[in-house]
Write a protein that binds this ligand. Structure first.
Ligand code: SF4
Length: 361
């Protein structure tokens, strides 16, 4: 049901009043997802909240949590002869240890931007003499389409299509966060779109084991205000439950068809996250029966030496320990035009959002 402008304003006023009434002590709420961060800034939600309610960004920007090791590997592949790199646009400007895909493209590397992984198959068919490598970066939301692309490649008997997989699962990162002594979070706004795929089960531990309330939340301004309001009610009542604000889309069982495709093609594996290190079971690796599509198995590279940008505090931003303005590079020598770290590049990056939308105010 679509609300009128008047009804929307009334609902926003109601949720804001509820949050304000319950904000009797300082509370830190983490919006796990980069899409939430952007929606919060775009809709001026910070300005609606009382000063005792702090919103901090989390590890839910896939480009931001992809470490330089992956970027450097992608860059190394882009330098190989007869190779086409296929990627989403937001990976292009992310700085690796010594270069970026954009810099390589300007030097002549064949790097193409697509909007769907399936577009890589067309490129592979049209370039049978080249290796076509798709940079698979994303969470549960995008992984099923990448898995479907692998199945389609098998169906089409393509021999020159490969995946460089950096797909990640959000719940293991939340467990790592909750296990860290420095993490101070009173409640989580959980990403509605990843839960739409995974269902509730992988997230239950947040409330059940760590007694931290969590609300599966949508991406409209009202969704977020209601999500915060549901968290504040739990915090005020001393409760910790997993609630669903995004009922119109996210179901407890998730998306069984998408999960089936994921389980057919991928198995969980350890994965490296920027700011977190290696987290067991947080990545998705192609199963051995699809190993011929795994770029690192089929097209091994010599060992790559990588390093992270000096002074960049992206990792601390992603763990919710600091706000972007606490980084000495922020807005000085790190801007969206000249980014030092990944969090300033991605449209979902916290540093980029703080910079673009008035630096948090
Ligand atoms: Fe890294 Fe730039 Fe963000 Fe600082 S402002 S944490 S250098 S991305």
């Amino acid at each position: 049901m679509r609300l009128t402008a008047e009804q929307t304003a009334g609902a926003a006023a109601f949720f804001t009043a509820t949050i304000t009434r319950l904000a009797t002590r300082p509370v830190r709420i983490m919006e796990v997802c980069g899409s939430h961060t952007v929606a919060i800034f775009r809709n001026g939600i910070r300005q609606l909240l009382p000063p005792t309610v702090e919103l901090v960004s989390g590890p839910g920007c896939p480009v931001c949590v992809t470490p330089n090791e992956y970027l450097d590997t992608a860059i190394a592949y882009s330098r190989c002869p007869d190779t086409v790199i296929v990627t989403f646009g937001d990976m292009l400007k992310v700085p690796g240890s010594a270069s970026s895909l954009q810099a390589e493209k300007s030097r002549g590397a064949d790097i193409r931007i697509v909007y769907s992984p399936l577009d890589s198959l067309t490129i592979a068919r049209e370039n049978p003499d080249k290796h076509v490598i798709f940079l698979a970066v994303g969470f549960e939301t995008t992984a099923p389409t990448a898995a479907a692309t692998v199945l389609e490649a098998k169906q089409q008997r393509l021999k020159n299509f490969f995946v460089l997989s950096a797909h990640k699962l959000v719940p293991p990162a939340l467990r790592t966060l909750l296990s860290a002594s420095e993490t101070k979070v009173d409640g989580f706004l959980l990403p509605g779109h990843t839960v739409t795929i995974s269902g509730f089960e992988p997230y239950r531990f947040v409330a059940e084991e760590y007694q931290v309330p969590a609300v599966v939340t949508g991406f409209e301004a009202l969704d977020i205000l209601q999500g915060v309001s549901l968290l504040m009610e739990q915090i005020a009542a001393g409760k910790a439950e997993l609630l669903n604000q995004y009922r119109r889309v996210a179901k407890p069982e998730g998306n069984p068809a998408a999960l089936r495709i994921l389980q057919e093609v991928y198995s969980p594996a350890s994965a490296a996250w920027r700011g977190f290190g290696v987290i067991e079971g947080s990545g998705l690796k192609l199963k051995p029966e699809y190993g011929e599509y795994d770029a690192q198995t089929a097209l091994p590279l010599p060992e790559i030496v990588t390093n992270e940008p000096v002074g960049c505090r992206c990792g601390e931003v992603l763990r919710g320990n600091i706000i972007p303005e606490a980084c000495p590079h922020f807005g000085r020598n790190c801007t969206p035009e000249q980014p030092v770290g990944a969090c300033m590049v991605s449209v979902e990056g916290a540093c980029a959002a703080w910079y673009k939308y008035g630096q948090g105010r």
